[in-house]
Design a protein around this ligand. Structure first.
Ligand SMILES: [Zn+2]
Ligand SMILES: [Zn+2]
Length: 449
C-alpha cells in the first residue's frame, strides 16, 4: 500500500482520480459522489487556497507566539480568532468556557457536521529560544509572576486552524456539510480555583446547534518537520491526581515504639504502589504508571511527626484499568498503613480521560493523511503517557487526534527540547502540512460517504 501510494503521488496532479476513487469505493460510499460536487475540483481548489494562505498562517503563528496567554486568559488570541472567523462570514460565539470561540461554517450543500479543534493557551515558562518573535510576556500565575511561553506549541494549532477556516470558507459554496471550528482555552489546565477547557466547553454547549458527528484535532511535537503520525484506539493516557495523607502518632525519634511512625509507613506505601502495576495488573494488556512526586512530613531529625502527605499522578490507557487501579491504590495504601496501626486517607481527583481515537474512523482517514504526506511516511505513534483534554470531545463523538512533527532538519527529534521546555522550538515548515491535513480530513470525510 505504501509503495503504491508513493508511485501515485509522483504522477501529475491530474492523475489523482483513479487511486482516490479506489479509496472511496473501499469506504462503500462512492455512489453519493454522482450527485455531489466534483470532489476533485473541490480538493484542487482547497489545495490552491491552502498554498495561498501559507504566508498568512506563518504571520499569525509568529504574532500569537510573541503574545502568549495563560489558560483562561486567552483574551487577545480569542479576539484575533473571532475577528478572523467573522471576516469569513461565519456565525461566531465567543466567551465559551471563559475565552473559547466556536464558529460554524455552513456549506452550500447538505452533508455532515465536522468539528475541528485547536487549543489556544500557553504555559508559565520563560522562553529561552532566540527568535525575533520570542515571547517577553509575563503574567500572574496562581499568585506568582511568571514568564509566559507557547512551550506546548498551541500557537501553531491556532494559526493552522485559522488557515483551515480560510481555506474551507473559500470553497464554502461547494462544501457538502458544515464545519464547526472550536478554539479552546485552558487545555493545560485552569488556574487554581477555576474550571476550564474542553469539558467546560461541552457543558456550555460547544457541541450543540449544530452537533458534529465527528471531530479532528492535531498536536505538534518532536518528530521530523512535517511528519504526520497517529495511533488507533488508546493514544494518550488518562491523568488523575493522587493525594495520600498518612496519619501516625508523634513521638521522640529515639523512642519510635512510643508512637506510630508515618514516615516509615509512607515509605512502605511508595514501594507498595510500585507493585500494583508490576505485580497486580496484566502488564501485557496496557501500561500503567503511579508516580509519587512529592512527600512532606516532619520538621527535624529526632522527632517522628504525626503525619506525612504524599502527592502523585496516575496514568493509564484503559477506562476499566483506570477504575481498577484506583481501587488497588486505595487498598494498598490503606492496608499497609493499617498493618502499622496508622491510617492512610487516599483521595484521587479525576483528571483528563484516556484519549481514544475511534479505530474505524482512524482506519478510514489514514489514507487521507498519507495523501497529504505525499512521499513522506505517515507513522504509527507510540502510546503517549501525557494527557490531553481532546479526550472529552471524543467521549461525545468519534474523533481522530493526530501528531505533526516540528523538529527542524538539523536537530535530532529524540534529543531536541520537547513540549513544555523553555527551549521548545517549532519549525514553521510544518504549518502548511497541518493546514492541508485538517482541510483534507474534512473534505474527505464529507465527500467519501
Ligand atoms: Zn502541553
Ligand atoms: Zn498541548
Amino acid at each position: 500500500m505504501n509503495r503504491d501510494r508513493i508511485e501515485q503521488s509522483r504522477r501529475a496532479p491530474g492523475a489523482w482520480r483513479r487511486p482516490v476513487a479506489v479509496v472511496l469505493l473501499a469506504f462503500g460510499g462512492a455512489p453519493a459522489l454522482a450527485q455531489g460536487p466534483d470532489v476533485y475540483a473541490l480538493r484542487q481548489a482547497a489545495e490552491e487556497r491552502a498554498r495561498a494562505v501559507e504566508p498568512q498562517v506563518v504571520t499569525w503563528r509568529r504574532d500569537i507566539h510573541e503574545h502568549p496567554e495563560l489558560s483562561n486568559r486567552e483574551f487577545r488570541t480569542a479576539a484575533l480568532v473571532a475577528g478572523h472567523l467573522r471576516s469569513l462570514g461565519m456565525e461566531v460565539r465567543t466567551e465559551v468556557a471563559h475565552t473559547g470561540v466556536v464558529a460554524t461554517l455552513r456549506g452550500g450543500r447538505p452533508g455532515p457536521v465536522v468539528a475541528l479543534r485547536a487549543d489556544m493557551d500557553a504555559l508559565p515558562v520563560t522562553e529561552q529560544v532566540d527568535l525575533p518573535f520570542a515571547s517577553r510576556e509575563r503574567a500572574l500565575y496562581n499568585g506568582r509572576e511568571v514568564g509566559v511561553m507557547h512551550a506546548c506549541g498551541h500557537d501553531n494549532h491556532v494559526a493552522i486552524l485559522m488557515g483551515v477556516a480560510d481555506v474551507l470558507a473559500s470553497v464554502r459554496a461547494d462544501l457538502p456539510g458544515s464545519v464547526k471550528f472550536i478554539f479552546q482555552p485552558a487545555e493545560e489546565g485552569a488556574p487554581e480555583g477555576e474550571r476550564g477547557g474542553a469539558e467546560l466547553m461541552l457543558e456550555e454547549g460547544a457541541f450543540e446547534n449544530p452537533r458534529p458527528e465527528v471531530i479532528f484535532g492535531l498536536h505538534v511535537g518532536p518528530g521530523p518537520v512535517g511528519r504526520l503520525s497517529y495511533r488507533a484506539g488508546s493514544t494518550m493516557a488518562s491523568a488523575d491526581w493522587l493525594r495520600i495523607l498518612v496519619r501516625g502518632r508523634q513521638t521522640h525519634g529515639a523512642a519510635p515504639w512510643s508512637g506510630i511512625d508515618p514516615i516509615v509507613v509512607a515509605s512502605q506505601i511508595v514501594l507498595g504502589l510500585q507493585t500494583v502495576a508490576s505485580r497486580q495488573l496484566p502488564v501485557t494488556l496496557t501500561p500503567s504508571i503511579i508516580t509519587i512526586g512529592s512527600i512532606h512530613g516532619g520538621v527535624r531529625g529526632n522527632i517522628i511527626p504525626d503525619e506525612v502527605e504524599m502527592v502523585g499522578t496516575i496514568r493509564t490507557f484503559d477506562a476499566d484499568v483506570r477504575r481498577d487501579l484506583h481501587r488497588r491504590i486505595r487498598r494498598t495504601a490503606e492496608q499497609i498503613a493499617a498493618s502499622a496501626g496508622a491510617t492512610a486517607e487516599v483521595s484521587i481527583t479525576h483528571g483528563y480521560p484516556v484519549t481514544v481515537n475511534d479505530p474505524e474512523l482512524t482506519a478510514r482517514m489514514v489514507p487521507t493523511l498519507q495523501r497529504v504526506a505525499g512521499d513522506d511516511p505517515v507513522v504509527v505513534q507510540d502510546l503517549m503517557t501525557v494527557a490531553e483534554d481532546f479526550s472529552y470531545f471524543q467521549q461525545e463523538v468519534p474523533g481522530l487526534f493526530f501528531f505533526l512533527g516540528v523538529t527542524p532538519e538539523d536537530q535530532d527529534p529524540a534529543t531536541a527540547p520537547s513540549n513544555h521546555s523553555p527551549l521548545f522550538f517549532a519549525d514553521e515548515q510544518a504549518l502548511p502540512v497541518g493546514v492541508r491535513a485538517l482541510t483534507n480530513l474534512t473534505l474527505d470525510y464529507m465527500t467519501a460517504r
